[in-house]
Write a protein of this length. Structure first.
Length: 478
């Protein structure tokens, strides 16, 4: 009977559960048609992130995070508000890749008034699906390297063939002679031109002016940029920008898409904590100082084993410094000179050469510091004040080590048998030329003059095994 009762109860529960599940499913099906209506009432979503200052690794991460968040939230458009003097080529290419791979349309907006999208900023604007500028802004000057003595790849005037008085060539034209630096500059320029032309062709913008911006460093005002087909609109503020781009068809990684931005809610994407930390670390001065703190901390730990603190702090700072430097365009010859300089200074500390090796280390350190960052951007170059400050600290440290070594060599011996030689001792007991004396708060066996009285002061001549040999001469009292 009990078994049947249990089976009956289980059956009732099963039927009740199925009924509840069906009711929930029916309710869900009833509510489903209302969801699109509610979604349709919500305003379009425009997400915004601000790119200000020099473009570096932190900016690349900021844009990548913004694209990811815009895709997650199914935004209608992601706006990059740009005001930059330029930046690193590697970081710029990472930003462009993030833009081109975005499933969400990306718009570029040069603002505020007085801002500019120079150098790397020009490439980013050309990569965006649609672009606008605020009044009073400018764009251009996209030359990747500093070029002197004429355009790379073109013959200089002195390479041209000499002319006759009549204007005819006196001899066949000679092939232009270019240095290795000119050849490298020409390669960099041609690569940059091909890159920006491909971006211009993707979005139907003026590719010829883009090439001119790279080769000649040309720039345009906001109005001229619209007239030249570099950007699509002039917009005084974000509201006007959203009205102007509404209804435009743009290309994304997911295909063509019509922008729905009229009355869109604007949500700004702030850089994350890691991005802010990376922005601090990617400052070459900070990275350089962290690396030096790390190296000096480890040196101190190795010279004083067991202190622990300097070693732990030094290891953390060294890893952070090397990580930050890895994000920057390093000149490895400069890095090698810095490491050589530090190694020579450490060698001076442990095997003093009275400045010869240490001075060479300081010179190598300063030269390596000046060469360390391979960039034409002032924002990513080591400050001379930082180089001078660290060099002075290194010289002072070296001077302190030399002084310590000199004092150690001239200081009287303070340990061992040599220390006892010449010291004064007091007789405790004495008989037939031997007995015990008191020295250094210790009782020592001693031998010496035949007759000595307890309490008498004597001078130690030497140590023979564990027995003190006393001098015949009386101790000198100061």
């Amino acid at each position: 009977m009990t078994l049947r009762l249990r089976q009956t109860i289980y059956a009732i529960l099963a039927v009740s559960g199925a009924a509840l599940f069906g009711a929930a499913g029916t309710a869900q099906e009833t509510a489903t048609p209302e969801t699109p209506a509610e979604t349709a009432k919500a305003p379009p979503l425009a997400m915004l992130t601000v790119i200000a200052g020099a473009i570096g690794p932190a900016t690349a991460k900021q844009v990548a995070d913004a694209v990811e968040e815009a895709e997650t939230r199914r935004a209608d458009v992601l706006i990059l508000k740009i005001d930059t003097p330029g930046g690193l080529v590697t970081s710029t290419r990472e930003i462009i890749s993030s833009i081109l791979e975005s499933q969400v349309p990306v718009a570029g907006y040069v603002a505020p008034a007085g801002g500019h999208a120079a150098s790397a900023g020009t490439y980013i604007i050309y990569a965006t699906a649609i672009a606008a500028m605020a009044p009073g802004t400018n764009i251009g000057a996209a030359t990747p390297v500093t070029i002197g003595g004429g355009m790379p790849g073109l013959p200089s005037p002195e390479d041209a063939a000499p002319k006759k008085e009549g204007g005819e060539d006196e001899a066949p034209a000679r092939a232009p002679q270019r240095s290795n630096e000119d050849a490298m500059a020409a390669k960099a320029t041609n690569d940059a031109v091909a890159h920006i032309r491909s971006l211009a062709e993707m979005h139907g913008r003026n590719a010829d002016w883009a090439e001119k911006a790279v080769r000649e460093g040309a720039s345009l005002s906001a109005r001229a940029a619209v007239e030249e087909g570099v950007v699509e609109f002039i917009a005084a503020d974000m509201g006007e920008l959203l009205r102007l781009i509404h209804g435009r068809e743009v290309a994304t990684a997911a295909g063509k898409r019509v922008l729905n931005t009229e009355g869109a809610a604007i949500v700004e994407i702030e850089p994350g904590a890691m991005t802010k930390v990376l922005a601090i670390l990617s400052n070459p001065n900070v990275a350089f100082i962290l690396m030096l703190i790390g190296i000096y901390g480890l040196i101190f730990e190795f010279s004083n084993p067991g202190t622990i603190g300097p070693g732990v702090i030094g290891a953390i700072c060294l890893l952070l410094g090397l990580y930050a430097l890895n994000q920057l365009p390093l000149d490895y010859a400069g890095l090698a000179l810095i490491l050589l300089g530090l190694a020579l200074m450490v060698t001076e500390a442990f095997t003093p050469t009275f400045g010869v090796v240490g001075l060479g280390g300081v010179i190598a350190f300063v030269l390596g510091s000046a060469m360390l960052i391979d960039s034409d951007q002032p924002e990513f170059q080591l400050s001379w004040s930082v180089i001078a400050g660290t060099a002075v600290v290194s010289v002072l440290t070296l001077a302190a080590l030399l002084g310590y070594a000199w004092r150690a060599q001239t200081k009287p011996v303070a340990t061992g048998s040599e220390e006892l030689t010449g010291m004064e001792a007091q007789v405790i007991d004495w008989a037939d030329g031997q007995g015990h004396v008191w020295v250094h708060s210790e009782r020592w066996r001693a031998r010496g003059p035949h007759q000595l009285a307890p309490g008498e002061k004597v001078r130690i001549e030497k140590l023979d095994g564990l027995t003190l040999v006393l001098s015949d001469a009386p101790a000198v009292h100061g």
